[in-house]
Design a protein around this ligand. Structure first.
Ligand code: NAD
Ligand code: MG
Length: 398
């Protein structure tokens, strides 16, 4: 039984629902704040967090009248405090202050921090039984079994914001998951969908971030270019829907009209479609089980010339193959995959390694660590730490 299913009837949307946004200054965070601003009175913002963007965080906190703001970078505290002087908004800084944002009593916590850095505040929110609208997929990849076990124990509800998982959530038969034959994630294929390996060798960070369909933060854009994003999403899907890896599949669909599909035992395939605007899945998770108006462009199928599909090429995109392997291996392998990928992507952004080195660093890190048991938070933190150490050494050796 998946966690989303177990708690489906527990929450009812009411006006003035308290909401915390972790990672409020990023792409998903800003789109969430846009929906908050368009629906005055619907959500009362409890807490906002950011890593280092003082101006962005202060402006967002003033605009939505947040009660508490936390910035990860401790050195940014004086500037943030000054920027919010006279507002009555509580200001804090440091990793513990960001974790505290998840612990504060908001009914919904939208997790839009990038990377495993989102784990502590997410766990704090899960522990107190909150409803989580999860965009921060890395948290589910590195610690999925820990997060879902805690959610079952506390009664927390996990709602997916990632567009594919949100699509699956909308068409999944939560009452009879045994009737699901396949969960099929669609992938745009990213900016290098038609590139040879040789052509990918010298691509720049700018090329990799130029996603053909979605406008997103740098890390997920690069993950989309390597197809690691789809690999992380396979693992995320397994954590959320628990259908087993044999019932998961990926298909490349460059137009990104179909956001994912569920095939049933009778041969019916249900899909969720829409324009590529993250405010649609964000709105669905925030208002669930209701639906609310969004300002998004409407899907005009008559103007779309064709919808095409192709199998992913695991040879040109080895990151996706590595994620499949980590999913099948289970245990600490997904955590290692994620940590090594975070290090390799950061190194690519910093100009220390090339684009093809990203999957290579991940592969070598997995070879060195193997897969151990993942029987609690300490095991997650240790697997994550070790993988980062190995991946950092591999980067330095290039
Ligand atoms: P982004 O880089 O635009 O924003 C990241 C946010 O996290 C920022 O607010 C930043 O301040 C904060 N942050 C970064 N490092 C931090 C740290 N160490 N401690 C505390 N806060 C930190 O990223 P994004 O594109 O908005 O993506 C956020 C998450 O949502 C990622 O996990 C991504 O995979 C997922 N996601 C994004 C999209 C999208 O369209 N952007 C779609 C689906 C899923
Ligand atoms: Mg996605």
């Amino acid at each position: 039984m998946s966690v989303v299913q177990a708690e489906r009837t527990l929450r009812s949307a009411t006006a003035g629902t308290s909401l915390t946004i972790l990672g409020a200054t990023g792409s998903v965070g800003k789109q969430t704040l846009d929906l908050v601003a368009r629906n005055p009175g619907r959500w009362q913002v409890e807490a906002l967090t950011a890593n280092s963007d003082v101006d962005g965080l202060a402006a967002a906190a003033r605009a939505c009248n947040a009660r508490y703001v936390a910035i990860g970078d401790e050195a940014a505290y004086p500037a943030l405090k000054a920027a919010l002087a006279g507002t009555g908004i509580e200001v804090a800084a440091g990793a513990e202050a960001v974790r505290e944002a998840g612990a504060r009593p908001a009914e919904i916590v939208l997790t839009a921090i990038v990377g495993a850095a989102g784990l502590p505040p997410t766990l704090a929110a899960v522990k107190r039984g909150a409803t989580l609208a999860i965009a921060n997929k890395e948290t589910l990849v590195c610690a999925g079994p820990v997060v879902t076990a805690l959610a079952r124990a506390s009664g927390a509800t996990l709602l997916p914001v990632d567009s594919e998982h949100n699509a699956i959530f909308q068409v999944f038969d939560h009452a009879a998951p045994e009737r699901v034959r396949k969960v099929i994630l669609t992938a745009s294929g990213g900016p290098f969908r038609t590139f040879s390996r040789e052509a990918m060798r010298h691509v720049s960070v700018k090329d990799a971030c130029a996603h053909p369909v979605w406008s997103m933060g740098a890390k997920i854009s690069i993950d989309s270019a390597t197809l690691m994003n789809k690999g992380l999403e396979l693992i995320e899907a397994e954590q959320l829907f628990a259908v087993g890896h044999a019932r998961l599949d990926v298909i490349v669909h460059p137009q990104s009209v179909i956001h994912s599909m569920v095939e049933y035992v009778d041969g019916s395939v249900l899909a969720q479609m829409g324009t590529p605007d993250m405010r649609i899945p964000i709105a669905y998770a925030l208002a669930w089980p209701e639906r609310i108006e969004t300002p998004c462009a409407r899907l005009d199928l008559a103007r779309i010339v064709n919808l095409s599909f192709e199998a992913p090429d695991l040879e040109r995109f080895p990151a996706l193959a590595l994620a499949w392997e980590a999913l099948r291996a289970g245990g600490s392998a997904p955590c290692v995959l994620n940590a090594a990928n975070e290090i390799a992507v950061a190194a690519f952004i910093a100009g220390k390694v090339g684009f093809l080195d990203i999957a290579d660093v991940v592969s070598r890190t997995l070879d060195k660590t193997g897969s151990g048991p993942l029987d609690g938070l300490d095991a997650v933190l240790e697997a994550d730490r070790l993988a980062r150490e190995i991946a950092t050494a591999l980067v330095a050796a290039r």
